[in-house]
Structures are given as structure tokens and as C-alpha cells.
Design a protein around this ligand. Structure first.
Ligand SMILES: NC(=O)c1ccc[n+]([C@@H]2O[C@H](COP(=O)([O-])OP(=O)(O)OC[C@H]3O[C@@H](n4cnc5c(N)ncnc54)[C@H](OP(=O)(O)O)[C@@H]3O)[C@@H](O)[C@H]2O)c1
Length: 292
């Protein structure tokens, strides 16, 4: 254990105790750290702090925080409520590390080419443009902040198993289109790995993506194989798009491959789930082992 990493003397705040935030909190707690999380709804346990950024009220933060993870997306107007409400309260804290969860959408459409941290940021989608602004604002703060650019997050409860079982999964083919993804526990692993590095060795922006960008038809095929169920009939993107919501359509607007070379080669992080194959298998096992 280094002086920097999350350890029993760490005091960790997760702003936005959602899917990734809770997995990060559990891992930090497993290292002996004291951890608080925020939620918009009231929770009984004292380590949950109520925080609704849209309401503007500044929550009372624990003192002497060493690590903070920010998981809030921009709000509907593209504003970062967490930045507006909390930055000033965070800056006086004796923080060693602040992590911000961003998206790989900031690279925009690369037409299937690889994007690394040095690639131009040319987001086409409005929500990705907002995200880039929010990320830049956090990076310009006085905080020891690293931004982690994430593709689609999956893991237990966020795989296409239920859709397949319920018959709502869609098998869509669009020539050349690929998607990138990352298992939630590799986000957590990458965050902790960066916390363990000395401050001067932490890049300000890090992509956290697995080794295998690929079509969604491929991942759905593997999920069906794990479940032993039939795949729905394949439809072309042309046929399927008329029935898609604007949000669903937006996921098909960008086509890019995101490089993890900085994280996995330069910084030495070893992915637990290098592709959806290992990740879906572990997620399926975890889902099945949960009490019904
Ligand atoms: N899901 C993906 O595939 C994906 C891909 C790339 C990047 N990302 C980004 O990565 C981050 C983490 O993703 P996730 O899937 O773990 O997110 P998540 O489960 O939706 O968690 C987001 C957290 O933000 C909190 N939050 C949202 N608006 C808030 C507000 N106005 N005030 C206070 N808290 C607020 C939520 O609070 P409550 O618990 O009270 O709801 C929740 O705890 C997000 O910023 C997401 O946009 C996600």
C-alpha cells in the first residue's frame, strides 16, 4: 500500500451513490476506509448524506476528506449542479484525489477510428457537448482532479439478460458499427489504481474502456448463449430506426473505438474483464447467486 492509496486512514465521499458510486464505496470500505455517499432520497444509515444538487442547498460535508468521487451527470440544461453547489466546499478540504466520471462521448464520432486521450474532442451530441463543458470546468478547478472517460457501463443488473428473457431485446445490424464498454468493477479497479499512484503520476484524463470494441449483435449473441435462449430475428438499422426513441437513436450516432493504452500499458492497470465475454459471464454468475 502506498501513502496515496485508499487505505484505513482514508475518508472518502462519493457524490452520487448510484450504480458505480456504490461499487466504488464498497471497494473503498473493503480497504478499511471510512466512506460516505450521497443520495437524493432520505436513507436511514448515517453514512448516507442527503444531497439534491438541483435544490441548491449545500450539504454539510464530513471533515478532513482525502478522496472524493463525483458521479453526477449534467442536468437537463447541460449544467453541472454538483460543480455549482459543491466545488467551493470541496476546495478547502485536504484532498489527495478527486475522481470525476465523464464519458467517451466527448470524442464524438470517429467513424470507427481509435480515440485516445490526445484525440480531439468533437462531441456531436448535445449531452456530450454539455459533458465536455462540465469536465473542463472540474479540470480547471483547484482540486487534484482526474477525469475518467467511460463508454457504456455494464455489470450485474446492467446486462441484456432480462431483455432476452422478457423478449424485449433487439438484434440490430448496422454495417461497421461498434460500441465500447466497461465492466463497473473495472471502473472501480481503475479508480483505485489511480489513487494508488503518486499525485504527479496521475494523468488528468484517463479512458477506462475494455480491450474489445465490437457490434452489439455480438454481445447480445453471447448473452443469449449464456442464458441458453434464442436470439430475436436480426433487423437492419434502417428497418429498426423508425421505431427508436431519440435517446436510443443517439446511441447509434457515434461510431468509435476507445483506446485504453494509457491506463493498461502506461499506468499498468490490469483489466479484470478484458472483454464482454469474461464480464457477462461474471455478471450472470453474480445475478444468479443473488437471493430472489
Ligand atoms: N451508464 C452508462 O453506460 C454510462 C456511460 C458513460 C458515462 N456514464 C456516466 O458515468 C456516471 C456514473 O454512471 P452510473 O451509471 O453509475 O450513474 P447512476 O447509477 O445513474 O448514478 C448517478 C448518481 O448521480 C446522482 N444524481 C443525479 N442527479 C443528481 C442531482 N441533481 N443531485 C444529486 N445527485 C444526483 C444520483 O442520485 P440518486 O441515487 O439519488 O438518484 C446517482 O446516485 C454518470 O455521470 C453517467 O452519466 C454512464
Amino acid at each position: 500500500m502506498t501513502d496515496h492509496g485508499v487505505n484505513p486512514s482514508s475518508r472518502v465521499l462519493v457524490i452520487g451513490g448510484g450504480y458505480t458510486g456504490q461499487r466504488f464505496a464498497a471497494a473503498a470500505r473493503a480497504r478499511g476506509a471510512q466512506v460516505w455517499l450521497t443520495s437524493r432520497s432520505a436513507q436511514e444509515e448515517p453514512h448516507w448524506l442527503r444531497f439534491n444538487a438541483g435544490e441548491g442547498a449545500i450539504p454539510e460535508l464530513p471533515e478532513a476528506l482525502s478522496h472524493v468521487l463525483i458521479t453526477l451527470p449534467p442536468n437537463g440544461d447541460g449544467e453541472d449542479d454538483a460543480y455549482n453547489v459543491l466545488r467551493a466546499s470541496l476546495e478547502p478540504q485536504p484532498l489527495d484525489w478527486v475522481g470525476y466520471l465523464s464519458t467517451t462521448g466527448v470524442y464524438g464520432d470517429t467513424q470507427g477510428q481509435w480515440a485516445d486521450e490526445g484525440s480531439p474532442t468533437q462531441p456531436g451530441l448535445r449531452r456530450s457537448q454539455s459533458r465536455l463543458q462540465c469536465e473542463q470546468r472540474w479540470l480547471a478547478s483547484a482540486l487534484p482532479l482526474q477525469s475518467f472517460r467511460l463508454p457504456a457501463i455494464y455489470g450485474p443488473g446492467r446486462c441484456p439478460f432480462q431483455q432476452l428473457e422478457q423478449g424485449t431485446a433487439r438484434l440490430i445490424h448496422k454495417p461497421q458499427q461498434v460500441f465500447c464498454r466497461i465492466h463497473v468493477d473495472d471502473i472501480v479497479g481503475a479508480l483505485l489504481h489511480c489513487c494508488d499512484l503518486p499525485a504527479e503520476a496521475r494523468p488528468t484524463v484517463v479512458n477506462v474502456s475494455d480491450d474489445l470494441p465490437c457490434p452489439s449483435s455480438e454481445t447480445l449473441g453471447y448473452a443469449a448463449h449464456l442464458l441458453g435462449c434464442k436470439l430475436p430475428a436480426v433487423r437492419t438499422f434502417q428497418e429498426a430506426q423508425a421505431a427508436m426513441s431519440p435517446m436510443a437513436l443517439s446511441f447509434w450516432a457515434d461510431n468509435r473505438r476507445v483506446s485504453n493504452a494509457l491506463l493498461c500499458q502506461k499506468l499498468g492497470y490490469r483489466l479484470r474483464y478484458p472483454s464482454y465475454r469474461e464480464g457477462f459471464t461474471a455478471s450472470w454468475d453474480e445475478e444468479r447467486s443473488r437471493p430472489k
